[in-house]
Design a protein around this ligand. Structure first.
Ligand code: SF4
Length: 444
């Protein structure tokens, strides 16, 4: 059970020395109870109190790392149930399954296909995160061969799926130094799997049978090993969703330690569309890893887009660097458009201008990542501000003319911008989708 601010206060030195950055020990206690500070920030706390408070100050969901340096993924360490309460820190990882019944060219082709599941979206490169090698063959030797083939051809973090400790040991002997995720310790094998996890220093999934049995098994395993991920073993979507949500609530609201670990989920449907829906439900609430069979770009792209939306901090809109961007082989005669530096706005405009095939410049004005109308309403995208940034970004020396296109939604700023900048302002279409036709009419 979590300690309250008053419980914590009783264990502090109560000198109000302010060395922790808080005005009083009570303020520090309240901040610690709300996970807004760390116990390390009080240099005067006794070792005994530190030990007692250790549990209270530890994150409600343990941070677990999978994969080798440079390609590792972090799981867990979340502190809220809802993104608007603070933020979510570690995006759901997607792992694509590869069976060890595949061999030779078929296995190579499969790994290459999974490796290619990478996309560029709003200026970011996004991809799947892990490859899960499954010991479908039941043979430790076949598992070892498949793990080796995968390890040679991918840098993605790996999940090794086998409940047979002998097969797991073979797989770990190949890839153990790359910190794969071991799946899974069960009631039947957990002692051997814990030994392997300790030996290779790898995170371990504890797979139970329903929520209560899983919590009980996690307690047993956590007594000797704590780099854990949880699987309740449930595959029916609605039941699994209920259990994963309960795990998150119990971990965060009640500080229930046996469930304070990241969760792994598996899709079950054989229907390609349903499988994507399942994965999207788990990404929304609250799986840290989703293992899926889907390996088509058309299946993975929507999951990437959804994940980006869920894990974008609403308090920090995604932005592009405010500057002049050349689109295509732009010259001194190329047209100049102006928009805001909100990523979605910028890339929508950029996509349409690229589509027009007329090389151009885009000035992305600094509006703190807000869209055109929001920025205008907030006084960040008006004649004064745009003229100011036109000077700052040096557009005068980039082109030999003085014509600029503004978004149709802010036609009202035309006069002020002409007055402040000395440039001729053209009012473009309201929607970015109108830009190709607009460009062809005026600049082709
Ligand atoms: Fe109290 Fe420790 Fe903060 Fe000093 S540093 S005010 S003793 S909590």
């Amino acid at each position: 059970m979590a300690l309250t601010g008053l419980d914590i206060f009783k264990l502090l030195p109560k000198t109000n020395c302010k060395d922790c950055g808080n005005p009083t020990c009570l303020a520090f206690a309240m901040a610690l109870a709300a996970s807004k500070t760390s116990i390390e920030n009080c240099p005067h706390i006794s070792e005994e109190a530190k030990e007692t408070l250790g549990g209270a100050s530890a994150p409600p969901i343990k941070l677990v790392k999978v994969g080798k340096e440079g390609y590792a993924r972090e799981l867990g360490d979340e502190v809220v149930l809802f993104r608007h309460d603070k933020t979510f820190y570690h995006p759901t990882c997607f792992a694509v399954e590869i069976s060890d019944t595949l061999t030779g060219d078929a296995l190579t082709a499969k790994v290459e296909k999974v490796n290619s599941l990478t996309f560029e979206r709003v200026g970011e490169l996004v991809s799947i995160d892990m490859i899960a090698v499954r010991n479908d063959s039941g043979s430790p030797e076949a598992f070892e061969i498949a793990v080796k083939a995968v390890a040679e051809k991918t840098c993605f973090a790996t999940v090794l799926i086998s409940e047979d400790p002998a097969a797991m040991e073979k797989g770990l002997a190949v890839i153990g130094t790359s910190k794969p995720l071991i799946y899974a310790a069960t009631e039947a094998n957990y002692e051997k799997m814990v030994d392997l996890a300790k030996k290779f220093d790898c995170p371990l999934v504890v797979k139970g049978d329903g929520l209560e049995a899983t919590a009980a098994l996690v307690e047993k395993v956590a007594a000797s090993y704590k780099e854990l991920v949880i699987d309740t073993g449930t595959r029916a979507l609605s039941q699994a969703l209920a259990e994963i949500t309960q795990i998150r609530r119990l971990a965060i609201k009640k500080r229930f330690r046996p469930l304070g670990y990241p969760v792994i989920a598996f899709t079950a449907s054989d229907d390609p569309k349903e499988e994507v829906l399942e994965a999207s439900v788990y990404a929304a609430k609250y799986a840290s890893i989703v293992v899926l069979k889907a390996d088509e770009k058309s299946q993975i792209l929507p999951l990437m887009a959804q994940r980006m939306n869920i894990y974008t901090d609403p308090q920090k809109p995604s932005q592009v660097e405010p500057k002049v961007y050349a689109i295509g082989a732009a010259t001194k005669e190329s047209p100049v458009y102006v928009t805001t530096n909100f990523s979605l706005t910028y890339y929508t405009v950029e996509g349409e201008i690229s589509g027009s095939k007329i090389p151009s410049y885009i000035i992305a004005c600094p509006t703190d990542g807000t869209s055109v109308l929001t920025a205008w309403a907030a006084g960040k995208f008006n004649g004064d501000k745009i003229a100011e940034f036109m000077k700052e970004c040096g557009i005068d020396s980039v082109v030999d003319h003085k014509n600029i296109v503004i978004p149709g939604y802010v036609a009202v700023i035309k006069g002020a911008l002409e007055e402040k900048s000395g440039w001729k302002v053209m009012v473009g279409p309201a929607e970015a989708s109108g830009l190709p036709a607009f460009a062809k009419s005026y600049f082709a």
